[in-house]
Design a binder for this molecule. Structure first.
Ligand code: ADP
Length: 281
């Protein structure tokens, strides 16, 4: 498997990659994407949407054409962080994403609902179908990177996304008070089964830096991210502090003003990850 070129047409092996390839769906014909990065977590509320948004802001600041596919259908929070209230429009041909202030393209269930606080009470199969439509029916145009804010966990919906959308890599978000090791192990196991590289581990709410004395406190427990990065051979790790400025920027829809330097190493791995064109035939 080490020599796998992902070109099944010239290989006779009946491996996991072959079955995965057959499930992969092509994007809308009006879409051309360089890299697709999934941001995943073991459970909700750990800051997955925040990390997705910050990575997209960083990529956009480098001058790239960036999109965010908010696959957290039942808890979509990305539009709010960007202060986007516009509704997506469509034609017979497909759906057009909305745009943030800096020009990041964005699709989210919130952009399709009549009222953004309407609940989505759908069964898993419908949710998975809607998520895939964000890939197959949205006209993304030309993008350098599309970030996918994954639904939390390793259930049906994330599994469908992992199997159906060609991914350049995954970023895993945890917090120190999570069952970190188990979550990282599960996520890495799932990614390995699908032959998708884990590019980075992000430990959110990793510490608090006292603005008065400058001392740092690991208020939710000792950081494990560097040990885990080494143990599981993940190329990059990042720590994001508990930061009232961040939650204020999210609350006010001004995430594009946030400092993204803490994610520099993880972003560098994303920028050099594999392009998806090789997986679409
Ligand atoms: P998830 O996508 O994992 O459900 P979110 O990114 O929506 O989590 O974060 C949950 C809430 O916690 C949001 O209101 C967010 O602004 C806040 N939050 C996340 N990380 C931090 C942080 N490091 N500092 C301050 N607030 C944070």
């Amino acid at each position: 498997m080490a020599d796998c070129t992902h070109d099944c047409s010239t290989c006779s092996s009946n491996c996991g990659t072959r079955s995965q390839t057959s499930l992969i769906k092509a994007p809308h014909k009006g879409t051309k994407v360089g890299r697709v990065i999934a941001v995943a977590s073991g459970k909700g509320g750990v800051g997955k949407s925040l990390v997705t948004s910050l990575l997209a802001v960083r990529a956009r600041a480098q001058g790239l054409r960036v999109g965010i596919l908010d696959a957290d259908i039942t808890g979509p929070s990305v539009p709010k962080a960007f202060g986007v209230t516009a509704r997506a429009t469509g034609s017979d041909d497909g759906i057009f994403p909305v745009e943030t202030g800096s020009g990041i393209k964005l699709i989210s269930m919130n952009a399709l609902l009549d009222r953004e606080d309407d609940p989505v009470v759908w069964r898993g199969s419908l949710i998975a179908g809607a998520t895939l439509q964000f890939w197959t029916d949205v006209i993304w145009d030309e993008l350098d990177i599309l970030f996918i804010d994954m639904p939390p966990g390793t259930g049906d919906v994330p599994l469908t996304v992992f199997q159906s959308i060609p991914l350049s890599g995954i970023v895993i978000v945890t917090t120190p008070h999570d069952l970190v090791e188990m979550i990282v192990k599960k996520a890495i196991g799932m990614a390995e089964m699908m032959h998708i590289p884990v590019l980075g581990l992000v430990e959110n709410m990793s510490y608090f830096a006292c603005p008065g004395c400058g001392k740092t406190y690991e208020i939710f427990g000792k950081s494990r991210v560097d040990d885990l990065r080494e143990a599981y051979h993940v190329p990059a790790a990042a720590r994001i502090p508990v930061d009232p400025t961040l939650s204020q920027l999210v609350g006010e829809g001004r995430i594009e003003e946030a400092d993204t330097d803490c994610l520099a190493k993880v972003y560098a791995e994303i920028a050099h990850s594999r392009e998806i064109k090789n997986y679409l035939g």
